[in-house]
Each structure stands twice: as C-alpha cells, then as structure tokens.
Design a protein around this ligand. Structure first.
Ligand code: SF4
Length: 249
C-alpha cells in the first residue's frame, strides 16, 4: 500500500489538490482511500444527547452507528496513523493535513514563505495556490493540481513507495539508516524500497489481515519462541514454513 500526505495552511488548496489526485488515481484504476486530519480540538461526531453518546456514557467501549447511508465506528480516542492505516487495503491512501507520519509529502501553499516554514526532505512536490505563480522552487516541482493533474499523478506514481515502517532509529537501523532516512533516500533515488530488510523477513504477523511491522529484535523473539515449541511436535520438518492462526485474542 502506498501512502502520501498533502499538507499546508488552511485555504492553500489542500482539499482541491487531494480531490484531483484521488479522481486521477481512480481514473487510472487504482483503489484509493483517504484520511482527513481535523485540526479542531472540539471536533466530535458523537455529540452530547445523541443515542450513541448515551451508549458511551453508559460504558460501551466501542460504539457503532449503523445507518442506511453509512456506518460510523466511533473510537473514543485519537488513533495513531499506524492504527488507522490498518483498516486500509488500497493501492493508494491519501492523507490530508497529516505530518506525523513517515510518508512522502506534498506541500500546498499560497507563497514561498509558507513553503519555507514547512518544507522538509520528505516533500517531493508543491501545489496549491502557489502553482499559479511558480513551476519550481528549491529544486522541487510546483504543479497546478487542477490544470496539470496528470503530471502530478505521474510524479506520485514515480515517487511514492510502498509504505515503510516508522520505527525510531534506536529500535531498528538494519538497513543502515532510520526508517525516515531510508524514505528520504528512496525519494532522492539513492535507495530502493527493497533496502528495508525487514520486508524480506521470514517472520510475519498479521492482525485481522493487516501486517504488523516488527523490529528485527521482536521478530527474533517470535521466531525462537515458535520454533522452540514447533520443533518438538510430531510432523515438524526442518525448514518448513509454519502458519499459526489465533482467533479472538
Ligand atoms: S530496515 Fe526497514 S524497519 Fe529497519 S530502519 Fe530500515 S527502513 Fe526501518
């Protein structure tokens, strides 16, 4: 799954850029999901007085509102992006306004000052209102998402890689870099997605069908624990692939 984020100040053209990207990706037959970050502290669908609010106040820990047009599962806390992305199984996921995530990014801005205030090495394109005046800034293409949607999505297809893990450097540096640094090197064409060595690992953990990234240390613990038990069992063959399914932990 490839994930990118479009971020920038209010009214800089974020949502318009995202609409165009989603439309073009769908036209190219990709499956697409999206996430909108709400920067408004009071935001909540579950308002005081609603029936779902009453369920929550009575102690229900996960409330679902099931309607004819939509089904809303209401988590009672802010989920991490890692947790949210486990619900997605699309070719592309476009995040709006998300910056705390190790993914390639597009800045939308009115002017170069706004770009300078936000740019970092994970940015591979600039769009929004600034694209009416510039075509390139600090070596990064500035693309009008309405007039040149095809070019912007060509760049997305070229640059955005299968999502990397997002471990702190002290947890894993098996590729020689941190996860973030490897992402930056891939964007610069100095490394490839396959350089993340844990992707090739022979130990995989899936929870409800979604792969959970594990640092090499944890993979090793899991591997040794399972191997220690399995090799004592009748039917064990050296080098065999082992699959364990556990329901309802
Ligand atoms: S090997 Fe993969 S998980 Fe480990 S630091 Fe590199 S990119 Fe991150």
């Amino acid at each position: 799954m490839k994930v990118l984020s479009v971020f920038g100040i209010t009214q800089s053209g974020k949502t318009t850029t995202i609409e165009n990207i989603i439309r073009e990706l769908r036209k190219r037959r990709y499956s697409v999901g999206s996430v909108k970050e709400i920067h408004f502290e009071q935001f909540a669908i579950d308002e005081e007085g609603t029936n779902t609010y009453r369920h929550r106040m009575a102690g229900s820990q996960l409330v679902t509102a099931r309607g004819y047009k939509e089904t809303d599962v209401l988590f009672q806390r802010m989920l991490s992006m890692e947790e949210i992305l486990r619900f997605y199984h699309h070719d592309f996921v476009v995040l709006e306004g998300v910056t705390d995530c190790n993914v390639p990014k597009i800045i939308t801005a009115h002017d170069t000052r706004e770009v300078d205030e936000r740019i970092d090495e994970t940015v591979f394109a600039i769009s929004g209102r600034i694209a009416n005046d510039l075509t390139e800034y600090r070596g990064i293409p500035v693309i009008n998402a309405q007039e040149n949607t095809g070019r912007l999505v060509d760049l997305i297809e070229h640059k955005v890689y299968e999502r990397l893990p997002d471990f702190p450097a002290e947890c894993c540096s098996a590729c020689g870099y941190s996860c973030r640094e490897l992402g930056i090197r891939i964007l610069r064409g100095q490394a490839e997605r396959k350089d993340c060595v844990i992707s090739d690992s022979n130990v995989k953990l899936l929870i409800d069908g979604s792969e959970i990234h594990m640092v090499p240390f944890v993979q090793k613990i899991l591997y040794n624990s399972v191997r220690g038990v399995v090799k004592e069992l009748e039917g064990y063959k050296k080098g065999a692939s082992v699959e364990i399914r556990i329901g309802g932990i």
